[in-house]
Design a protein around this ligand. Structure first.
Ligand code: DX5
Ligand code: ZN
Length: 221
């Protein structure tokens, strides 16, 4: 049975009340924290000091998505902060294998993210170095964009490669995940789902998490 995780993104939360916003998603598997530096993506969010405080107060584990230049230099500090999982973009990493090893050595799970147009094939030999592969289903940078169906074949190929290699690597999807799209992503092979606007835009975020989980679980079956 595939383990299904729903990770709401605090990018769609109220940034002036982050602690209270974490309390509204207490039934989530983890909270997805989008770090943007205005270099790798054309948007700026929060940095290490805010993430360190979130880590101290969050009732659920933190799943950081670093949309930053030079992750080799900055990502290890996020692992040192005690985060459950730290994901860097392969397009920005100088030495992704070394970086993944460093994250694991510091006690975090190591995630590697691919933009929608980045192929997965060049990285299949390094799956053993990873705990999670993040396949972006929108161009990174902003919440509330439409799911890109063109990424579905890549999700399928990544799932097949993970099964063939017999490794335990989660496949996360991020961007445009909603009750309308989650089944397609789950059928293709994703098992960790980031949802920003679909959760924080809902009147009852906890109920939205449960509906998303039910839709994904039905699609696995
Ligand atoms: C976009 C971020 C996403 C974003 C998703 O670059 O990485 O995590 O918050 O938002 P939705 O679910 O609204 O597409
Ligand atoms: Zn994200």
């Amino acid at each position: 049975m595939t383990q299904c995780c729903i990770n709401p993104s605090i990018l769609s939360a109220d940034f002036v009340n982050l602690e209270a916003e974490l309390g509204r998603i207490a039934n989530a598997d983890a909270v997805h924290v989008d770090v943007m530096d205005n270099h790798f993506v054309p948007n700026l969010t929060i940095g290490l000091p805010v993430v360190q405080r979130l880590q101290q107060v969050s009732p659920v584990p933190l799943d950081a998505h670093l949309m930053i230049a030079e992750p080799d230099r900055w990502a290890p500090s996020f692992a040192d902060a005690g985060l459950a999982s730290v994901t860097f973009h392969v397009e920005a990493a100088a030495a992704p294998i070394k970086l993944a090893r460093e994250l694991r050595a510091r006690g975090s799970k190591a995630g590697m993210a691919l933009r929608p147009a980045t192929p997965v094939e060049p990285y299949l030999d390094m799956l053993t170095e990873l705990d999670m592969l993040l396949i972006m289903t929108v161009e990174p940078g902003f919440g509330g964009q439409s799911f890109l169906d063109v990424t579905l074949p890549k999700i399928r190929r990544a799932r097949r490669a993970v099964e063939d290699a017999g490794v335990k690597v989660a496949i996360q999807v991020d961007g445009g995940i909603s009750e309308d799209t989650i089944a397609r992503a789950a059928e293709a092979g994703a098992n960790v789902f980031v949802a920003g606007s679909a959760v924080y835009g809902a009147e009852d975020p906890q109920a939205a998490i449960e509906s998303l989980r039910a839709a994904a679980t039905a699609a696995f079956a």
